[in-house]
Design a protein. Sequence first.
Length: 517
Amino acid sequence: MKITFTKYLLIAAAGCALAACDTHITDAVDDFEPSAGDADFSTFVVVGDSLSAGYKDGALYEQGQINSYPAILEQQFATVGGGVFKQPLRSSVATGSFIGIPTMGLGSVADRLVVVAGPSASQPLAPATIAPTVATPLEGLAGPALTGPFNNFGVPAAKSFHLTLNTYGDPAQLGVSANPFFVRFASAANATMIGDAALRVPTFFILWIGNNDILLNALAGMPGAANPTFGTGSFDVTPTATFDAVYPGLVAALKTPTNKGILGNIPRVTDIPNFTTVPYNAIPLDATDAATLNAQLAAGYDLALNAAIGTLGLTMEEADRRRVSFQEGQNPILINDETLLDISPVLAGPLAPLALLGQARPATQDDLILLAASAKLGVEDPMGGPGGTGGTLAVWGVTQPLLDSDVLIKPEVVALDAVRAAYNARIKAEADADPDILLFDAAALLETLNATGLSYGSGGISSTFIRGGGFSLDGVHPTARGNAVIANQMMKLIDNGFGANLPPVDPNKFSTIFYQQ
């Protein structure tokens, strides 16, 4: 039997070749007299992670950097006396990947993503790696580091406690505790991110850090709970006690008696396309395949569950949650749930072919399937199934459950959000304590983009993957247009908080995704 699976990450073909897919709408930006109000933008400094660096489409490349929200803000600040804003730009020819040592939870460093033609009319477009790849040595790894002083201290994969780590930019610590993206522009081997930023003596600053303290764990499918031995390169959630201890010092390092700034809070991971794109019932079956699967898997699995009730103490309620019944139409994805009783002991003898289903159940609407997992749904695992030889009982998400790393189940989502709430309480407390510091509610903005989308006059964006225009092809980082919306929201905040009158940008003039023929 062959399972035909239609991908959910595809859009109708578009007529643009390796260029931004934009909707042309007349811009509607009002003319007015710009003013800095009580703020001084002459030395503008940003400290953060990949969101501030301009990382998008799964890579750090120049086009993303020059369209980062800090770069957009700098252009508008220039109209009211803002000074030079220098970023540690990648080579203009680099496509994103680099020759170097990926560390600090970065995993293998992939190249940037573009949309390419799909394999069939039903799959017209799909994300893929740009071709040809131009992998260039990352500054500081092959040759000298970039020369500052810089204003943008956005470093991909940076967590809160990394900002004070004095080995984070040390080339000798690559593969141990250094981050290659900071090595490339750290002022010295023993420099810290927050120390280098403070040396700029900012007249205005933005600190937006803490996303990766949760996000990297979520992107790994939450492999375990927060771990007090989280370390510099781990995917574990940063303990709230650690965040609470380090964050006030970060603010204090940037704050002077006369400057002003913004603190960004942490959005829910469940408001970004990486966790909202793949539906829980993404397995389409016709009547014949459904009947075959019921005979091949569901009937035997039902017997195993009934046996576990009698011998392993499985409750009837849990058994019912775990039963599989295939039907014509859309079917739930089969997932592994490590919170369930392992019924492997009863999967022996004639039930041995179902050995991988010890903690399996059909997904529900409460389960979040990671974007990366979509690539293997409906695909046979050649090393899975009985005897590790593949076959029809080794089809990912159908007869073989997705792994823990492919899914966030509800208890994991709840646990992550509790940590996020604690981080945000600390961030808000720091902003509330100083009238010269404003709180940028990034969480509310992303919630709006996910729930209803956002209109900006000449158009609108949402968090819908590919079509919404707000998020790049990695499902985590904003597009240039998304960054323009973030910049506008920050400028509104500055206008209201510091009496400024900053000229907004027209997001419609900024790119979204790229298509390569």
